[in-house]
Design a protein around this ligand. Structure first.
Ligand SMILES: Cc1cc2nc3c(=O)[nH]c(=O)nc-3n(C[C@H](O)[C@H](O)[C@H](O)COP(=O)(O)O)c2cc1C
Length: 182
């Protein structure tokens, strides 16, 4: 399978990237093809909200790096959204990216979505909001009658504030195993 990891933290060598790499290690060991997109290295603007993409077969009027990322999503079987918790949801960078996936709503089929997230909070109960945001995002594809677009699950890390702190978390093993068991 083709596994595409979309990483939405601005922090280089940060915790989410470390957790994502562990997921990728598991997926690679299981023989899957993997790719990581670093959103912080991509140049793309906010969705204009023009909805032209829903009337032209799925092409965004903006010519920027999102065009290649959308093609990668279409080609993948598994899409992993990896974002730290910022004010109890994903980062602004991840949100800007998700808004730009609007062209895919009427056309995306047969994808498993995973969420990798973490934060400084000590308990997974503080992740309810981002889990709900993730479920609602994936659920939007169903609203557009797309079949096989699935919320496949989430890996959550807690008590991870300083860079590298996630290495002490059970989430590392969970990410590795989730990747390995795709
Ligand atoms: C602007 C901002 C908002 C944050 N909001 C939260 C939050 O709501 N809950 C939380 O547990 N941690 C929060 N954090 C802490 C980060 O989630 C934490 O440092 C995480 O390890 C960052 O991941 P990264 O290293 O992959 O960038 C916030 C950090 C920043 C910079």
């Amino acid at each position: 399978m083709k596994v595409l990891v979309i990483h939405g933290s601005m922090r280089k060598n940060g915790n989410t990237g470390i957790l994502a790499d562990e997921f990728i290690r598991g997926a690679q060991e299981a023989g899957h093809e993997t790719e990581k997109v670093e959103l912080r290295d991509k140049t793309f603007g906010d969705c204009f909200g023009c909805r032209a993409c829903h009337n032209n077969g799925g092409t965004c009027v903006q010519k920027d790096d999102m065009a290649e990322v959308l093609e990668k999503i279409k080609a993948a079987d598994v899409i992993v959204l990896a974002s730290p918790l910022y004010y109890f949801t994903w980062t602004g960078l991840m949100k800007r990216f998700l808004d730009r996936t609007y062209p895919l709503l009427p056309i995306l089929k047969d994808k498993d979505f995973y969420l990798l997230t973490l934060g400084g909070v000590p308990d997974k109960k503080f992740m309810d909001n981002i889990l709900s945001d993730f479920a609602m995002y994936v659920g939007c594809f169903k609203e557009f009658n797309q079949v096989g677009v699935r919320n496949a699950g989430a890996v959550i890390g807690t008590s991870a504030l300083a860079p590298g702190a996630i290495r002490e978390s059970a989430a590392m093993q969970e990410a590795y195993e989730t990747g390995k068991n795709l």
